[in-house]
Design a protein around this ligand. Sequence first.
Ligand code: GAL
Length: 448
Amino acid sequence: MMKKGMWWMGLLGLILIIAACGSGSSGTEESGGEAGEQQSGETKESSGNEEAAAGNSSEADLEIFSWWTGAGEEAGLNALIDLFQEKHPDITVENAAVAGGAGTNAKAVLATRMQGNDPPSTFQVHAGAELNESWVAADKMEPLNDFYEEEGLMDKFPQELIDMVSQNRNIYSVPVNIHRGNVIFYNMSVFEEHGLEPPKTFEEFMEVADELQAAGVTPLALGDKETWPATQIFENILLGTLGPEDYQALWDGDIAFDDERVVEAAETFKQMLGYVNEDHASRNWQDSAQLVSEGKAAMINMGDWAKGYFSNDLEMEVNEDFGYFTFPETEGNFMVISDTFGLPSGVENEDQVKEFLALLGSVEGQDTFNPLKGSIPARVDADESNYDEYGTDTIEDFREASLAPSLAHGSAASEGYLTKANQAVNIFVTQGDTNRLLQSLENARSAQ
Ligand code: GAL
């Protein structure tokens, strides 16, 4: 085991390197493809962004840090903040969001601030390794056990989820949602026009994709200007190929990357990448989702924040304009992505932070945020009448499915590992060398 200080410097270094050279996009440059300028180009940067980058503390009582800016990202948070302000008009709030899907830029800004002992009042962090192996391990978070008791939260979240935000019996954050990663959204008229059915297996997926390609339609939209959407596809293929237990065993180090099923998964990944739009490297996730809404591409694998984007920003009707199906061969499994917020050590207005956490952990808070975000409530007792057919289907699946933690969204492995995995995937997308991909993933693990 590395000493905490060394480990911490290593993590910070990695995050900064990746932020500097990884995505090619900056906090103010969220949009990629041509179509993106119109929708996701409105990268409403909050005033907090520059301050955050400079490491200055906020003037507001409550500074809320996330990467939810722009189309498809910010509506849920804004509604939650409005609700909070209605209830607490005396508390000044600063929305200090830093643009960039999956926290590409925000995580680097956050790392600098945390290292400089200038934490935001509260910040978005994924349940699992991203919380536990970064901030909890570095003693940067306060336990919330008493808060959970006071707010009566102990039995309001699935135990598995509480476990993901706990370390040594201390609970360190409050989940606001559950996003699903193993879902494919598709343009229903394109499928109808070509007489296609949602594929359930990889073989069926390739058949559908061949037909679409022959008809001149891009089968699968990809926007990997930031690398994570490609990593997301690969983790879903791994889940489909290995099943939930061995998928977990892979991240736990109990299965090697030269396992023949992992090699097979990499081959499937390569095959799928043969069906994506040529300009994938210049698009972000919203821009690639637009290819589907415009009928230029038929399908996209994207966490269901894309559902929020389709419904609320692009005003598409679920099960009319766009449909959804479980990522091939992952039926009965649920790739979990949970956004949570905690209490960093050393913040000034602890009581006000707790007021905000109480709201985002409440039924009212979750039912305000999630229908706009595309996610389902993390609470087990939310009011399902607030959710459309996609939401209620997903709530039901979540109850019954085996849960798998997402690598691309920080739950399955440490931030340092994810950074290297994203790099390896990025190289793979251009070079297609499966041996090199798997070797890099194995090497990254040995270096942990
Ligand atoms: C995920 C996050 C989601 C969504 C997405 C795209 O990591 O959990 O809430 O924001 O990134 O940015």
